[in-house]
Design a protein around this ligand. Structure first.
Ligand code: AMP
Ligand code: MG
Length: 430
């Protein structure tokens, strides 16, 4: 992929256009692996899961009570002798006409019975016959869970390209699957650029030299990558020197599917990412009409001839802006769909990887921006949204405080009470 976008001083590119340029020709990873179903949460299916059985396998009761032939109970007050007892996990005998079966939730319906009377609607009758007084007239099928009502035999329950959730992992297990085939984990090399960066734990706050800042991007980018199922090689901070940058890119390309960097992609900046990636492959520097997060780079880095099965195929390169909030938001809106597509999620799902909902703004945004803005907001207890007061791209507190983003179109002001498009961060963080 090599989108023909001018490199500098270009008109701004729309986010949707950037996303489609990024995904359009992206080929999902070919590697498939078989994993235990219990470990498959977050992975993308490489096969259709077809159910080999009905779930539930037989008609069974959804209540503790008495299984009956509904025709035997024509009016409230009928007394039926109890002819058998069926607990979950045990099969009953055919139900003798004119009798009922004591039955417990999940137990299969005995042949002949067509309804269950819940025990709250019965009274035990003492004396010689062990029977129950039925207080209600059951409808046929009452409190019966039908065989196959959840999943029917032969159905494609989860299709190739579906990203598994905890519930779908349970569903796969419910059809007897102990293992499933999933797409291989993207191997991502992560590094930060910037001579101002120091690592927490390596330099104490009181020992920081003027101009130094802690590397926060490394922490959230790594966690975001891992949440998306990536295998991350953390290359730490690469010094702002040409040779070091080239060396890091060369080593990373051979063993990874994607090299992800932060910093050094702003226009006119003196940095080494741009020329180094250009020297080793291709680079498109985009100015995306979004705020935060204008600068964004996509490219490829050639692999060594000796790079094993990957030889010949270039490694993807994505350069995120250095400002923490820009880095965070561009990751969620561009890199996340990229990584989903790389794992075989269908293109349409990656182009629409979030679904905004309309919510009420409990704030004013009197000044419109030329760019589409992603405002850090939080839901309040009145059903509206509050705005984090400082929306600049260096203030990471806004992203930590927020539970969502308002997708505000370019040139649009917001007045208190307006309905706006809210994207829940919880949707973007999985
Ligand atoms: P850059 O994109 O390299 O021009 O960086 C833009 C701003 O983000 C500068 O103020 C950098 O100091 C800051 N920055 C860059 N990388 C990081 C990082 N890894 N952690 C925190 N801040 C960063
Ligand atoms: Mg920099």
């Amino acid at each position: 992929m090599n989108a023909s976008i001018p490199r500098t001083r270009s008109p701004l590119m729309a986010l949707d256009q950037a996303l489609s340029a990024l995904l359009r020709e992206l080929v999902p990873l070919p590697a498939v692996e078989t994993v235990a179903t219990i470990d498959a949460d977050g992975r993308v299916l490489a096969e259709d899961l077809v159910s080999p059985l009905h779930v539930p396998p037989q008609d069974n009761t959804s209540m503790d009570g008495y299984a009956v032939r509904s025709a035997d109970v024509t009016a409230p007050g009928v007394v039926l002798p109890v002819s058998q007892r069926i607990a979950a996990g045990h099969a009953g005998m055919p139900l003798l006409p004119g009798t009922c079966a004591r039955i417990f939730t999940g137990a299969p319906m005995p042949p002949g019975a067509d309804a269950v009377v819940m025990q709250e609607d019965t009274r035990e009758v003492g004396g010689d016959i062990h029977g129950v007084h039925i207080d209600v007239v059951p409808q046929p099928g009452q409190w019966v869970r039908r065989a196959g009502e959840d999943v029917s035999l032969g159905a494609v329950v989860l299709a190739r390209g579906v990203r598994l959730s905890p519930a779908s992992v349970g569903l796969a297990a419910g059809m007897g699957r102990a293992r499933v085939q999933v797409v291989g984990r993207p191997r991502v090399a992560l590094f930060s650029t910037g001579d101002e960066l120091v690592m927490p734990g390596e330099v104490a706050p009181e020992d920081m030299v003027a101009g130094a800042i802690y590397n926060s991007n490394r922490f959230f980018l790594r966690r975001l990558l891992e949440r998306l199922g990536c295998e991350v090689s953390d290359l730490g901070i690469v010094p702002d020197r040409r040779e070091a940058t080239l060396a890091a890119l060369r080593t990373a390309a051979d063993h990874h599917d994607l090299i992800l960097t932060s910093g050094g992609v702003s226009v006119g900046e003196e940095d080494h990412i741009k020329p180094a990636v250009q020297q080793l492959g291709t680079l498109d520097l985009w100015q995306i009409a979004m705020k935060p997060g204008k600068p964004f780079a996509y490219g490829t880095v050639r692999r060594d001839a000796g790079a094993g099965t990957d030889a010949g195929q270039p490694c993807h390169f994505i350069g995120l802006p250095g400002n923490p909030v820009s880095s965070f938001v561009t990751f969620l809106l561009l890199v996340r769909p990229f990584l989903l597509r790389l794992q075989g999620v269908p293109l349409a799902g990656c182009l629409h990887a979030w679904r905004p909902i309309r919510m009420r703004a409990d704030f004013d945004l009197p000044r419109a921006d030329k760019r589409r803005e992603f405002l850090r907001v939080r839901r309040n207890s009145e059903g509206g949204l509050d705005l984090f007061p400082n929306q600049t791209s260096g203030v990471l507190t806004s992203a930590s405080w927020a539970d969502g983003l308002v997708d505000n179109p370019a040139g649009t002001t917001i007045a208190r009470g307006d309905l706006v498009d809210y994207i829940a961060l919880s949707e973007l963080l999985t």
